[in-house]
Ligand binder design. Structure first.
Ligand SMILES: *Cc1c(COP(=O)(O)O)cnc(C)c1O
Length: 373
């Protein structure tokens, strides 16, 4: 039973969406989609209208990330989860090394472990709330990193561990916020429904020339690849501003809109500043609170985009989440499988830092009321 607590109007954020994915979509982008819908939704993805949107996504990401010549933006249907399967067929030559520090990084490692045509992957784990470090190894042809582990709120720097071996980075909840040096990765891939505030069902991968070479050499080797997961087919189609099969047109539109808006507002520097402000508000509040504390103890590993906050045993996180939800403040629950008494709050750039300040005041109010009851 969730106790009935009504938040006063000054403790209601202007927008109540704080989920870590799908995350808040910019209402301006939704209005633009509605305005464009008649000539766009329900039209062919092989014709100029939709291909123009894919072209904007591809060139916009080149600008946003300052990608050097020879880097290409590849995209396909299925999200980051489908990209793991595609990578097992089309990017890992023989042996991959995975840094596992949460749910998502663990899933890619499990894909590689299950693939009968690959050697057993090297898996380096650390306790939830921290991240491990890679171990350079001559036998490794692909290092699988995760820029931000959305399940635990841990962020790690993107750095090339070794001269040999592709560096393939799951950037799903960091891309669109955290700057990164393209020289430090070969593939930087993401789903757009998190930091990019779009919809799901799509993967996007920024690929270096070495990654493009690897896709080509595996395809030429004759290894069987399911066509839907074939990165060589995805690359061919991306070069024509298309996807191999039908994409969600709304997802593409919202992503293109978000990238354009970011470029107008100051690019990744603008986005990062928003997320820094929001996450600082939460971590400083939790550190000062007598019933809350940041789950990630090392401040250097704390995520800019997904703040995980442990609550004292006397304050039940699910009850707090339920009261917030009843007041229209959505999706502040912790990651279920982590099994902690925890709140998790997204600090993506679409989320107003002032709303984050209101949220923490609202949490304090709820906890006070619960204690009084
Ligand atoms: C959400 C998430 C995924 C999975 O994305 P899907 O679009 O559901 O496939 C993978 N990796 C990270 C880091 C995520 O946050």
């Amino acid at each position: 039973m969730i106790p009935q607590i009504t938040l006063p109007p000054d403790l209601l954020p202007r927008d109540g969406r704080f989920g870590s994915g799908p995350s808040k979509v910019d209402p301006i982008a939704v209005a633009a989609l509605a305005a464009a819908a008649d000539g766009y939704l329900g039209t062919s993805h092989r014709k100029a209208g939709v291909r123009g949107v894919v072209g904007r996504i591809r060139s916009g990401l080149v600008s946003l990330y300052g990608l050097p010549d020879g880097y290409e933006v590849v995209l396909g249907v299925g999200g980051a989860t489908a990209f793991w399967d595609a990578a097992a067929f089309g990017l890992i030559e023989h042996t991959s090394q995975h840094l596992v520090f949460g749910e998502f990084s663990g899933k890619f490692a499990a894909v590689a472990a299950g693939a009968p045509h690959l050697a057993d992957p090297q898996v380096i784990e650390s306790a939830p709330g921290s991240h491990p470090l890679p171990r350079p190894d001559e036998a490794v042809d692909l290092y699988a990193l995760t820029h931000n582990e959305t399940s635990t709120g841990v962020m790690m720097p993107v750095r090339r561990p070794a001269a040999r071996g592709l560096v393939v980075v799951d950037a799903t909840s960091a891309a669109g916020v955290a700057p990164v040096d393209p020289g430090e990765f070969d593939v930087y891939y993401f789903s757009p429904q998190k930091a990019f505030g779009s919809e799901g069902g799509l993967w996007v991968a920024l690929c270096s020339p070495a990654a493009i070479d690897r896709i080509g050499s595996i395809a030429e080797s004759g290894r069987w690849r399911p066509p839907f997961l074939d990165l060589a087919l995805a690359l061919d189609n991306s070069r024509k501003d298309q996807t191999y099969n039908t994409p969600a047109l709304a997802t593409l539109f919202l992503l293109a809109h978000q990238i354009d808006a970011m470029l107008e507002r100051g690019g990744l520097a603008w986005a990062q500043e928003r997320s820094v402000r929001s996450s600082r508000t939460i971590y400083e509040w939790a550190e000062a609170s007598e019933y809350a504390e940041p789950f990630v103890t090392d401040p250097a590993m704390r995520s800019l985009t997904v703040a995980t906050i442990d609550l004292a045993a006397a304050v039940d996180a699910d009850t707090v989440e339920g009261v917030l939800r009843a007041n229209g403040i959505l999706d502040t629950f912790g990651y279920r499988k982590l099994g902690r008494n925890q709140l998790r709050v997204a600090c993506f750039p679409n989320i107003d830092p002032d709303d984050i300040a209101t949220l923490v005041a609202a949490i304090d109010h709820v906890v006070e009321e619960l204690r009084r009851a």
